[in-house]
Design a protein around this ligand. Structure first.
Ligand SMILES: [Zn+2]
Ligand SMILES: [Zn+2]
Length: 84
């Protein structure tokens, strides 16, 4: 079993961070993805993986009224996280 580097992606509002504030919520306003086809595959144990390398950019608005765009990495159940 290969060791998988576990990363946890956390979405933060940069403007709140600069002000030392924490927004109560960050709303997802929808996103756009690049359209490279990335086919899923099955590992030797027959488990399905999808390591999608399309770039997904979402717009967000935090509860303090800041709006920003952020690239969101794709993840797979195995612990794979897209590098962004
Ligand atoms: Zn904010
Ligand atoms: Zn995987």
């Amino acid at each position: 079993m290969n060791e998988v580097k576990q990363q946890v992606f956390r979405l933060v509002c940069q403007q709140c961070t600069e002000q030392g504030a924490t927004p109560e919520r960050i709303h997802d306003l929808g996103g756009v993805a690049t359209l490279a086809f990335c086919s899923p595959f099955y590992d030797g144990n027959g488990r399905r993986h999808q390591h999608d390398t399309n770039r997904l950019t979402y717009d967000f608005r935090c509860s303090n009224g800041h709006q920003f765009s952020q690239m969101i990495p794709h993840t797979c159940w195995c612990g794979w996280v897209q590098e962004i």
